[in-house]
Each structure stands twice: as structure tokens, then as C-alpha cells.
Design a protein around this ligand. Structure first.
Ligand SMILES: Cc1ncc(COP(=O)(O)O)c(C=O)c1O
Length: 423
């Protein structure tokens, strides 16, 4: 196996159900990683497994470019219904999040006839060449260049880290000034095809964009005819209590991207957008052999049906309230917990030294994640400095398993911070 493939946990799965994984040694793990935000509906929901089996027995692949099939059309219709982009919405299907990002950029370029793309620090958009160029963290791109040209970066308005005592209002005003100044000192807006961002950054540390900044970004795009692309690959499908986090903000993008939990683990992704924007891509310029594979479409349709039936968005909201309340209470006694934040159940816990947002404590965060693993809880970190614990448990986790997992996490935080204090 190639050295460049990193592995978080040494366990080897033999079966998995709901929020629990069983490994080859018969050990049970509580899963707070959900395959990196893919399993909002949990491992192997019966309805999704049945849909996969039924579709696989009918036909597995034709390539939609060669012979079309109904599940592709039905999934596009369903997505356009739950994620409307203005009066008329159109969709295309793909296999991975990075592929969705690549195609979103190609569509925006064709829609505007422009080339430049603005993205943000702490952004993560995948590992293919354009997606990796848009990704901020250097660890993901060391020695992988040359990168795609005409990509420019703005500072992400990370209120916790960079507000330096300013109020939210003052902070956003300043950040919007940076955006406006970018017209003079970063790139001519007349050349900008798109601004791409995650309303709640995933890999970057679960940083939610401030409401007023998002509004400012929308206004900036409207003023200059720039396409606003919102990447919902990690934040979509119930995680923030909505189908997409832009619905939480009440701001509609021109184009948006989805993957992960829309397929319960099957490789399926989508780009959605205003019909006239989507239609500006010429035939043949977007797509791929496996785009919207029939078995993956069937899995995604069953996923969305079940999500609607159990009201996954409410589940996301309720789970989030429970988790955030618990760790905000713990923060009162542990100044090492610099911030507990998120929207819905997309909750991050940030660790710092001396309550200083400028002093990320990746070492403590790593020790906590390792202690969790030793006690049977799979949890992953995030952030440029790997100092944020991100909770991505299935939203359908039972109260008992949730409680057990949160207990392990809380005890690990207490144990490791006390150890560090006594050093
Ligand atoms: C916001 C965001 N965009 C894009 C991607 C890339 O998705 P994939 O790994 O399916 O290519 C990810 C993956 O973590 C992501 O979180």
C-alpha cells in the first residue's frame, strides 16, 4: 500500500451498524467519525441496503452518456426539489466531492466567460488538481505542484481566531473591507468567474461563516457578476439541521456541491445551480464514465427518502443542542477548551494554550483523540493546526450509544488536560 495514504485508526472493520463498528478482533467501537461525515444515516440503514441490492440485480452500469436510466433523473429531480436555487434549478451527478468541485468551477467559467477563482484560507475542497489548488492546508499539497493557475485566496473570517476582542459587527466590517480591497490588491473582479467557500468549514476546523459576511459575499458576487459556489460536501444532508447549511443562513448560492452523506457511503456527488447557469456548460465539457452510477443513485434516493421520513434535519438540530450544551458546560472548568462552536450537529471543540486563540494546541487534541481510541471511540480532528475535535457521529445514533461516546470523550478531555497541567 502506498505510503501517502494516511490511516487514522488501526482497527479493521468486519461489520458495522448504526453508530457502531465491529473489528476483526471482535471489538466494538463507537463511531464519531462516520467515515468522515458520510454516515449521517448511520452504517448500513436497511432501506439503503435493500435499494442497493435491488438496483444491482437489475443493472449496475451503462454510463449515463451511453444509455440513460430513471434513477439518475429521479435523483436530479429530488435534489432540485429539496435544494432550490431560485426559480428553476438543474443538477448533474458525479462520484466524489472533489469531482463535484472540479465541475462546479468549469460551469462557473463557462457561465461567465472568465477564468479567475477566489477561495479562502483553511478551505478544503478535495485532492484532484483544481480541488487541491483550492485547498488551503499545505500538508495536503506538499510537492504536488504546479497548481492550477488563476486561483486567488482571501482570509476566511474566522471569528474565534482573528477577532482579537472586536465585536462580531466590527470584525465582519473589517473582513468585508478586505473583500472589497481584493478588487484593488488581489484580482480584478471583472476577471473573476467564481468565489467558492464552505459556509461551515469542515477540514479547516468547523468554522462557521458569520451571517453578515455571507450576506456581504452574496452582494459582492451580485455586484460583479461573479458566481457564488457553496461547497456543502461535508455540511450537507442533515448535518447542520438542513439539507444544506446555506439554508440555515437564508442565502442562495448560484452553484453548490454535495457528496458524502447523500449516498450513505456509496460514491455519489452532485452539482446543483440556477438552471441558466448550469445550462451554460457546453455538452461534453462536464461528466465522466461513472457520473451518477445507477446503484449509487438508488442508494442516494433511498437515503433521501429515509431522511425525509425520520426528519433528519430535526435530528441534526436536536443532537447538536445536546452536544454543544455538554461541552460548553465543560469549557467553564477547562480553559484549554478555547471554543465550542458549530451549526446543528456540525460541532467542533478547539483546544488552545492559555485561553489564547492564537496558540493552537494540536498536541493536546491528538492525545485526547488517542485516549478516545484506547477506550473504544473513533473520533477525528480538524484544523490547520489539528487542534479541533470534530464530531461527525451518525445523526441517528441512539441516546445510549451517544451518551457512552460523549462520556468517553469528556473523560479523555479531563484526563489529558489534567495530565498536561501537572507536567
Ligand atoms: C468541503 C469538502 N469539499 C470537498 C471534499 C472532497 O470530497 P471527496 O473526498 O469525496 O473527493 C471534502 C472532503 O472531505 C470536503 O469536506
Amino acid at each position: 500500500m502506498a505510503n501517502g495514504i494516511s490511516v487514522f485508526n488501526a482497527a479493521t472493520v468486519t461489520s458495522a451498524q448504526g453508530a457502531t463498528i465491529t473489528d476483526a478482533d471482535g471489538r466494538e467501537w463507537i463511531d464519531f467519525a462516520g467515515g468522515i461525515g458520510v454516515l449521517n444515516l448511520g452504517h448500513c440503514p436497511d432501506e439503503v441496503v435493500a435499494a442497493i441490492q435491488e438496483q444491482a440485480a437489475k443493472y449496475i452500469h451503462t454510463s449515463f452518456n451511453v444509455v440513460t436510466y430513471e434513477p439518475y433523473i429521479e435523483l436530479c429531480e429530488t435534489l432540485c426539489e429539496i435544494l432550490p436555487h431560485g426559480k428553476k434549478t438543474k443538477a448533474m451527478l458525479l462520484s466524489t466531492g472533489a469531482e463535484a468541485v472540479e465541475n462546479a468551477i468549469k460551469i462557473a467559467r463557462q457561465a461567465t466567460g472568465r477564468q479567475a477563482v477566489l477561495c479562502f484560507t483553511e478551505a478544503y475542497h478535495g485532492r484532484t488538481m483544481m480541488a487541491m489548488t483550492l485547498t488551503s492546508k499545505i500538508d495536503y499539497k506538499t510537492n504536488c505542484g504546479p497548481f492550477a493557475p488563476e486561483v486567488y485566496r482571501l482570509p476566511f473570517p474566522n471569528f474565534y481566531r482573528y477577532s482579537a476582542g472586536a465585536s462580531m459587527e466590527e470584525f465582519v466590517e473589517l473582513e468585508l473591507e478586505h473583500l472589497e480591497n481584493s478588487e484593488k490588491n488581489v484580482v480584478d473582479p471583472r476577471n473573476v468567474a467564481a468565489i467558492i467557500m464552505e459556509p461551515v468549514q469542515g477540514e479547516g476546523g468547523f468554522n462557521p461563516i458569520p451571517q453578515k459576511y455571507f450576506e456581504g459575499l452574496r452582494a459582492h458576487c451580485d455586484k460583479h457578476g461573479i458566481m457564488l459556489i457553496v461547497d456543502e460536501v461535508q455540511s450537507g444532508f442533515g448535518r447542520t439541521g438542513h439539507w444544506a447549511s446555506w439554508q440555515h443562513y437564508g442565502i442562495t448560492p448560484d452553484i453548490s456541491t454535495y457528496a458524502k452523506s447523500m449516498g450513505s457511503g456509496m460514491p455519489i456527488a452532485a452539482v446543483l445551480g440556477r438552471a441558466e447557469v448550469m445550462d451554460s456548460a457546453a455538452p461534453g465539457t462536464i461528466g465522466g464514465t461513472y457520473m451518477g452510477n445507477p446503484v449509487c443513485c438508488a442508494a442516494s434516493l433511498a437515503t433521501i427518502r429515509l431522511m425525509k421520513k425520520i426528519n433528519i434535519n430535526n435530528m441534526g438540530k436536536n443532537l447538536g443542542k445536546l452536544i454543544i450544551t455538554r461541552f460548553i458546560a465543560l469549557q467553564k472548568d477547562y480553559s484549554e477548551i478555547g471554543d465550542v462552536r458549530g451549526i446543528g450537529a456540525m460541532i467542533g471543540i478547539e483546544f488552545v494554550v492559555d485561553s489564547d486563540p492564537q496558540k493552537p494546541d494540536g498536541e493536546l487534541c491528538k492525545a485526547i483523540a488517542e485516549r478516545c481510541a484506547n477506550n473504544g471511540l473513533i473520533i477525528i480532528t480538524a484544523g490547520t493546526y489539528k487542534n479541533v475535535i470534530r464530531i461527525l457521529s451518525p445523526l441517528v445514533i441512539t441516546p445510549k450509544v451517544l451518551e457512552k461516546g460523549l462520556d468517553i470523550l469528556e473523560k479523555a478531555i479531563i484526563h489529558e488536560t489534567n495530565l498536561k497541567r501537572n507536567k
